[in-house]
Design a binder for this molecule. Structure first.
Ligand SMILES: Cc1cc2nc3c(=O)[nH]c(=O)nc-3n(C[C@H](O)[C@H](O)[C@H](O)COP(=O)(O)O)c2cc1C
Length: 178
């Protein structure tokens, strides 16, 4: 798959098979995350890979999307003090998001499903995973093989046989000035 195919194949997957994700694939997608750009190359990120079924189950209790039955989660954390700030804009969020999206696209290329999750209780997840107080939890990525592995398992909208809507370029692109 070339990069454009990977980008279009990625969907938010919310139903997973319980087959565990091979360590080799975990390593490959973490490697992709590691090469993301970041504020002055500060690489303020840390990733917690959660595969122990007891920890996965505890983690799910701290998310709004408790129905997501992924066998693994990757929790992306950022160290705000190591990244940049510009007024009220904190770039650790951008750094960690870029790394996680590298990881998500690499996972797609590896035949894995993912789902970004921001609907979690930060302090609960911090306690379960023993994340230090000076790190913020930016997002969790659910990870695993889509249930059934068929195209119909690549997301809710795909199930309804509807293409996922995106705004047309004409609504979102400006040239030379807004
Ligand atoms: C920052 C962020 C947070 C998200 N949080 C959640 C979430 O908590 N629960 C969920 O089911 N999906 C979550 N999503 C997935 C979006 O709902 C999904 O990307 C969007 O509907 C487009 O669908 P697609 O990913 O299949 O293209 C999140 C996505 C992003 C980028």
């Amino acid at each position: 798959m070339n990069i454009y195919d990977v980008i279009k194949k990625r969907r938010s997957v919310r139903r997973y098979s319980q087959e565990s994700v091979p360590e080799e694939k975990i390593q490959k997608i973490l490697e992709a995350a590691r090469w993301a750009p970041s504020w002055v190359n500060s690489q303020c990120w840390q990733f917690v890979v959660v595969q122990d079924p007891k920890q996965v189950s505890r983690l799910c209790k701290g998310t709004i999307e408790q129905y997501i039955n992924a066998p693994a989660f990757i929790v992306g954390c950022g160290h705000p003090e190591s990244s940049g700030k510009k007024g009220d804009q904190q770039y650790y969020m951008v750094d960690v998001a870029l790394a996680l999206e590298h990881l998500v696209l690499a996972a797609t290329a590896e035949g894995l499903g993912t789902c970004w999750l921001a609907g979690f209780k930060e302090e609960y997840i911090r306690e379960v995973l023993e994340i230090p107080a000076n790190y913020r939890i930016v997002a969790m990525i659910a990870l695993g093989y889509p249930e059934g592995r068929g195209e119909e398992d690549w997301g809710e909208k795909a199930k309804q046989r509807k293409p996922l809507e995106r705004k047309p370029l004409s609504d979102i692109v400006h040239r030379d000035r807004w």
